[in-house]
Structures are given as C-alpha cells and as structure tokens.
Design a protein around this ligand. Sequence first.
Ligand code: DAK
Length: 259
Amino acid sequence: MMNDFSFIAVSVENQIGWIELNRPKVLNAINRPMVSEIVSAMEAFDRDDEVRVIVLSGRGRAFAAGADINEMADAGTVDMELINQFAEWDKISLIKKPVIGAVHGFALGGGFELALSCDMLFAAEGTEFGFPEVNIGVMPGAGGTQRLTKLMGKTKALEWLWTGERMPAKEALHYGVINRIIAPELLMEETMKFARKLAAKPPLSLRLIKEAANKAVDYPLHEGMQFERKNFYLLFSSEDQKEGMKAFIEKRNPKFKGK
Ligand code: DAK
C-alpha cells in the first residue's frame, strides 16, 4: 500500500516513517486526495512496529502554500458539509506516535494548519508562516484559529489571523510555535537526528506522554493530573518499564521493545 500514493512520497528508515508532500509545482497545495493520503500513511505508520517516529516535510521550495484554491473556489456550503473533509483532517490529531514537522519556504493556510497538527516543528531559516485566508474572503477552518491562539495567546494570534501577513520563523520561535530554526541545507539531517533520538526511547512512554501533554492543552490542571497519573500507572505493566529500571540497576543500556 505504501507506494500507491500520487501526492505524497513515503519511506521508512532507522525506525522513522517519513512522509513528503509531493506536488512541488504548486508549492504542495493541499488537495483533498493529498489529505487522505497523508492520513492513510500516518495511520499505517502508527500501526507499524518498525516505525517509532513520523516525520512530515515537503518537496520543492515550500512545505505547503495552503489548501488547493482551485479545488475550493466554486464550492458551496452544502458541498463542504457533504464532502466533510474535516473528518479526514481531524484524524491527524489521533495519531499516537510522535509526529515531527520539518518545514521550509512557506507554511501558509492549510499548510500552516497541517504543520500545527504536528507535535513538534523544526523550521528552515527563512520559513514564512501565515494565514492568508482573510485575503481571499474566508478564514482558517482546520484548527488555525484554535491552535495558533493556544500557542501564542489571543492578542498575538489575532494580529496574524486578521492581517494575513507572513510570520517570520524568528517570531514563530519566540512564541513557541516552532521548536527550532535550522540552516536550510541541514533541515532534514537535523530533524532525522532528533527523530532517531526519540526512536531510541521506550515507545509506550512516548505515546502516553504525548497523550497526557495533549490533555494539558484542554483540561483544567486537576483533571490533567488525574489523567497523567493513570498513564503513569499503566507504564508499570509494560516490559519496557521492567527493562529500563533493571538496566539502570545493572549499569547497562536498556533495550526497549515497545511492549
Ligand atoms: N492553491 C493552488 N495553487 C497554488 C497555491 C494554493 N494554495 N499556492 C501556490 N499555488 C501555485 C501557484 O498558482 C503557481 O502555479 P502556476 O501559476 O505556476 O501554475 C505555483 O503554485 C507557484 O506559485 P507562485 O508563482 O505564486 O509562487 P510565488 O513564489 O510567486 O508566491 C506564494 C508564493 C506562497 C506567496 C503564493 O503562491 C501564494 O500566495 N499562494 C497562495 C497562498 C494562500 O492564499 N494560501 C491559503 C489558501 S486557503 C479545509 C481545510 C483547510 C483549508 C480549507 C478547507 N477543509 C477541510 C474543508 C485551508 C484553506 C487555505 O489554505
């Protein structure tokens, strides 16, 4: 199944599942089949024991310049409701393994929303982020107003959402929207290096940490702490917890199996 894609390219190496947006002639404008392909590839990687971390990037001169405007231009409200593309987009946030975005060039509109649905973001120097939807008579619809506001706070987020101007990578870094800025020629190397570091960690810890950290965004502290505790207890029935602690006591490196 993994080679049947038209709008993305996928590969697996060193326990890292790599998805590249692959419509470089239109700056990886995201059409509906591309979203379905991204979701299928992510779900397949999520189930694949050989994959511990997922990396998402774009081929050509941009990560993605937004949803495909040609595809949307004539759509009506009823078409949008019936096509129900958001159901596909929403599946991205259900992925349990770490998803790291490596972005460059432009991450605009739906491209920025796709980036914001990654758990961490590494950006090439010079990357420009933004929500230009306001310039074409709409607004972000795949999480942009929510995710950017939760990251930056309302006053800063509104500035970008209202003006549609492009946010430089430095600003994105300052507000915690991205994790780091990397020289363009080193973007993939550095991202993969980080992904390999995560791939060596116990996979169950990674996924339960991700789940708990995501709760912190939505839950009040008390409920979040309760949720965290359940996940903490759960890890004590994993083989990796026994192995990790035994290895520490025996002064050797642990070998994690993801069980
Ligand atoms: N859609 C379609 N084609 C696009 C595109 C896009 N978003 N962005 C770029 N392209 C195409 C250009 O038309 C051009 O094609 P040709 O003319 O060569 O055939 C090619 O990519 C190269 O682009 P440019 O020639 O414009 O390159 P420049 O370097 O001059 O400019 C740019 C780069 C990124 C500044 C410019 O391309 C640009 O402004 N692009 C549009 C940015 C934009 O407005 N993006 C937001 C789109 S609205 C939804 C979920 C999400 C969304 C909607 C619905 N559902 C689940 C229902 C999200 C909406 C959006 O993202």
